[in-house]
Design a protein around this ligand. Structure first.
Ligand SMILES: [Zn+2]
Ligand SMILES: [Zn+2]
Length: 70
């Protein structure tokens, strides 16, 4: 039997989207929720700074945008 074909509706190809149990709530690349089981965490600027250094475009705790493109 062949593997089922998943409908591709993801806005980006970050692998967290295809994980059944993603370790983060929000995708760092598009900000979309990848794991609703994880409760929303109150984030702060210290955490945002650490996420920015890891090239994350969106907050993985809350989904807010970290790098504003002007
Ligand atoms: Zn994404
Ligand atoms: Zn945040």
């Amino acid at each position: 039997m062949k593997a089922p074909t998943f409908v591709r509706s993801n806005p980006c190809d970050n692998r967290n989207h295809s994980r059944p149990n993603a370790p983060v709530r929000n995708c760092p690349e598009c900000g979309g929720v990848v794991n609703r089981e994880i409760a929303v965490k109150k984030c702060n600027e210290v955490e945002h700074g650490a996420l920015r250094r890891r090239q994350n475009r969106y907050c993985i705790y809350f989904g807010d945008q970290l790098i504003v493109v002007r």
